[in-house]
Design a protein around this ligand. Structure first.
Ligand code: CU
Length: 446
């Protein structure tokens, strides 16, 4: 039996193996005060500005930004640059990606129904690109499908797109030239169009999150465009938890979260503690009669969905409900170690593989415990399968996960308010450590 077979027979050092984060980096992460908190907090929403006569509440793109524009003769002018960038998914994992204007996702483009927009696109990539304005009603020649609607924008060239916005809603933009590669490397962005006449039910906070997946194999630094389904990283605005910024709100505020999906999977996005309304999509804000209450909404590939809710005090998980999408890199094709006592063979394996740890026999939770203790090593430039520390211990999440933090009052400067303190006895608590506690009923044996 060769080493490879032996490993796979043993469950390959637990499901996290081969992808176990760099122990030292993780160790430091856990040791640094505040590192379990995402670095980028959410600033206060600024008052609705007057632009071209129309007033709107600006969208906030967590971990991202909004592209500034200038007004030239009544036309809003934007400039996108397609280019290679260095992108950090979370501390300890950096990749050479492709994006726009220095980042992935590209900056959010924001405008108002009725605006005439002119968008310059400069190509700094090594191959031709184009931009498709996904969901936007426009003349065919502006639709951005290279070969069909226009020639590809060659490296070094700048093209200009110009059209009038005839709708509102949460739209997207992405290349339509070597689309598989360029999107796999991170080229995509949100395009939010506000209604011209404002909204009958205005929101106090407006967040925008783009969902994506990445095949960044452990130990490598370039996303692999050939992968169809077995991705390593699942992201909110190109970040994985714990680097995903928390979403902040005050109790009682009306919050909208716009979700766009340009990944290769559908994502059932779930919010704890609230019943939200699905109120819109690429088709704009729906008529009131179509709003429907949900706690989980599937955002299909190429779709957008807007959800709205009245914020209730607490720390509330907000995540994709595909449980592998709230994990980071892991091996998927290995033997199942669950229930297997591997203690006896771990010493033998260590002679072949120094540092080997038998894991997963009692579940995967010990993965995060070992990480916290700095006991695990693995390939460089990857992240632990599950991570994150909360006020009560390991959160054991990654990928498409963040925390909605609702407080009666928030720090004025947009700082993270820290962890929620439940009032009185509103906290689950231990009442016994006797395994024989109580008289639970069990389903009768047949
Ligand atoms: Cu998902």
């Amino acid at each position: 039996m060769n080493r490879r077979h032996l490993l796979s027979a043993l469950g390959a050092a637990g499901l996290g193996a081969g992808l176990i984060g760099r122990a030292r980096a993780q160790h430091e992460m856990h040791d640094m005060p505040g590192m379990s908190m995402p670095p980028a907090a959410t600033p206060e929403p600024s008052p609705a500005p007057a632009l071209g006569g129309a007033r709107y509440r600006p969208v906030h793109t967590p971990n991202g930004w909004t592209l500034p524009f200038r007004i030239n003769d009544g036309v809003k002018e934007f400039h996108l640059v397609a280019e290679e960038i260095e992108h950090e998914f979370a501390p300890g994992c950096v990749a050479r990606c492709w994006g726009y204007n220095g980042g992935t996702p590209g900056p959010t483009i924001e405008a108002v129904e009725g605006d005439r927009v002119r968008i310059y696109v400069t190509n700094h990539l090594p191959e031709a690109t184009s931009v498709h304005w996904h969901g936007i009603l426009l003349p065919s020649g502006m639709d951005g499908v290279s070969g069909l609607n226009q020639p590809g924008i060659a490296p070094g060239e700048t093209y200009v797109y110009e059209f009038t916005l005839r709708q509102h809603g949460t739209q997207l933009y992405h290349p339509h030239a070597d689309e598989m590669t360029q999107m796999a490397l991170g080229m995509m962005g949100l395009f939010v169009i506000h209604p011209r006449d404002g909204e009958a039910v205005p929101v106090d906070r407006d967040y925008a999150i783009l969902l994506h997946n990445w095949a960044l194999h452990p130990g490598t630094s370039r996303p692999d465009p050939s992968i169809m389904s077995d991705f390593d990283l699942w992201t909110f605005n190109s970040k994985v938890y714990p680097a995903t910024a928390p979403l902040l709100a005050r109790s009682g505020e009306r919050v909208r979260i716009r979700l766009g999906n340009l990944s290769m999977w559908n994502h059932p996005i779930h919010l704890h503690g609230h019943r939200f309304l699905v109120t819109g999509s690429d088709g704009g804000r729906w008529p009131h009669a179509l709003w429907r209450p949900e706690v989980t909404e599937i955002v299909g590939v190429g779709q957008t969905r807007d959800i709205e809710f009245v914020a209730a005090a607490g720390d509330w998980a907000f995540h994709c409900h595909m449980s592998h999408h709230t994990m980071n890199a892991m091996g998927h094709g290995i033997a199942n170690p669950l229930g297997v006592d591997t203690r006896g063979v771990a010493d033998d394996v260590r002679q072949l593989l120094p540092g080997y740890m038998a894991m997963g026999g009692n579940g995967m939770s010990e993965h995060s415990a070992h990480l916290a203790m700095g006991m695990m090593a693995g390939p460089g430039n990857t992240l632990p399968m599950m991570t994150g520390q909360g006020p009560h211990g390991a959160i054991e999440m990654g990928g498409m996960f963040t925390v909605l933090k609702v407080r009666d009052e928030l720090p004025g400067d947009g700082r993270d308010p820290g962890w929620y303190r439940p009032p009185g006895r509103e906290l689950a608590r231990r009442v016994s450590n006797d395994p024989g506690f109580g008289t639970p009923l069990r389903r009768p044996k047949a």
